[in-house]
Design a protein around this ligand. Structure first.
Ligand code: UDP
Length: 341
């Protein structure tokens, strides 16, 4: 297939691009590089030894988006592009709603116009809202606690309505738990701009000496060690889940399917810190601060639906995730270069 990967220069997108190519697919990337650096493209080409077509395009622009479909013979779309910082979404709701919704609408409209019907969507475990039980299954009701989460809930609803209106669509909604880790080469990985919001990149930057210490947000939760518990999934396992979902929906009779992509294992903040210290051989100093607003104590995936239906499972452990994150972080202490090497 010739697959359009929106946000293909981003963290999860870039790892998925390499796996798509390794599986024999051709890739077209559409990215505005608002939260990624163009230098990643050279790394991708070096790793895959294959050319990749890149459109630098703002996907909220319907005409520009449509042009990509007019110029390329696209068979399927994996839609990663979107804003993803929870705190920023609370401060700038209009920017989040506009960007994430408009991007989805332009891509779906262009697909409609060009008869492309296969769509894999990056959703999030955040759609289970704050009242769900800790182990999450796909049949639970959805809601959100911040604008970022609501954009995911809303786009999921748009996709359900679309599939109900026209059963020729082949849509996969993938609900990610906590993606971490990096490509085994250490050449690509997560490169947040500014101060990281998420745990793993923050820990990695402390270990490499870019930041003094980690703030642990709360140690008085109802969890085994009092710190927050999450289901961390290696980005390579997550990327493999996209391939499995793409192959499944193209052979499926169902217009829409939903799968949790998680490991089913839960780790606390302090377990991640300890694993990272082992992987890096460095100290990870931390201080305990009050809870972060909006954080839940603990949740993880029940991945059994994806395991059974996709023949896929997450295989990498938290130690693997920390080792690969460390390889990426220590080889690239400042992330991707600003200009091509
Ligand atoms: N966390 C932390 N310090 C940080 C960032 C995160 O203690 O600097 C905790 C957070 O409270 C949560 C876990 O680490 O329990 C995972 O947070 P992250 O932001 O990575 O993902 P989330 O699950 O919130 O989407």
């Amino acid at each position: 297939m010739r697959v359009l990967v929106t946000g293909g220069a981003g963290y999860i997108g870039s790892h998925t691009v390499l796996q798509l190519q390794a599986a024999g697919h051709e890739v077209v990337i559409a990215d505005d590089f608002s939260n990624s650096k163009p230098s990643i493209v050279k790394r991708l080409v070096a790793l895959s030894d294959e050319p990749v077509t890149v459109y630098t395009v703002d996907l909220t622009d319907e005409l520009a988006t449509e042009r990509v479909f007019a110029e390329e013979q696209i068979d399927a779309v994996i839609h990663f592009a979107g804003f993803k910082a929870v705190g920023e979404s609370v401060a700038e709701p209009l920017a989040y709603y506009r960007n994430n919704l408009d991007t989805a609408f332009s891509v779906l409209n262009a697909m409609n116009q060009h008869g492309v019907r296969t769509f894999v969507f990056s959703s999030s475990a955040t759609v289970y809202g704050e009242n769900a039980v800790r182990e999450r299954t796909e049949d639970m009701p959805t809601s959100a606690t911040n604008p970022y989460g609501w954009t995911k809930v809303m786009i999921e609803q748009v996709l359900r309505d679309l599939a109900a209106a026209d059963d020729s669509w082949r849509i996969a909604i993938l609900r990610y738990f906590n993606p971490v880790g990096a490509h085994a080469s250490g050449e690509i990985g997560e490169d947040p701009s500014g101060k990281p919001n998420n745990l793993m990149p923050f820990v990695a930057q402390v270990a490499v000496g870019r930041r003094e210490k980690l703030s642990v947000f709360g140690d008085d939760y109802d969890t085994p060690d009092g710190t927050g518990v999450r289901d961390y999934i290696h980005v390579e396992d997550l990327a493999a889940g996209h391939l499995a979902a793409l192959e499944k929906v193209t052979a499926s009779d169902d217009a829409l399917s939903v799968w949790n992509l998680g490991s089913g294992h839960a780790s606390s903040v302090l377990e991640v810190v300890a694993s990272f210290a082992r992987a890096s051989g460095r100290d990870v100093p931390y201080e305990v601060l009050p809870r972060r607003a909006g954080d839940l104590p603990a949740y993880w995936a029940d991945p059994s639906k994806a395991n059974a239906e996709l023949g896929w499972r997450a295989t990498r452990t938290i130690d693997d995730m920390c080792e690969d994150t460390w390889r990426w972080q220590s080889k690239n202490p400042n992330g991707f270069p600003d200009v091509d090497e």
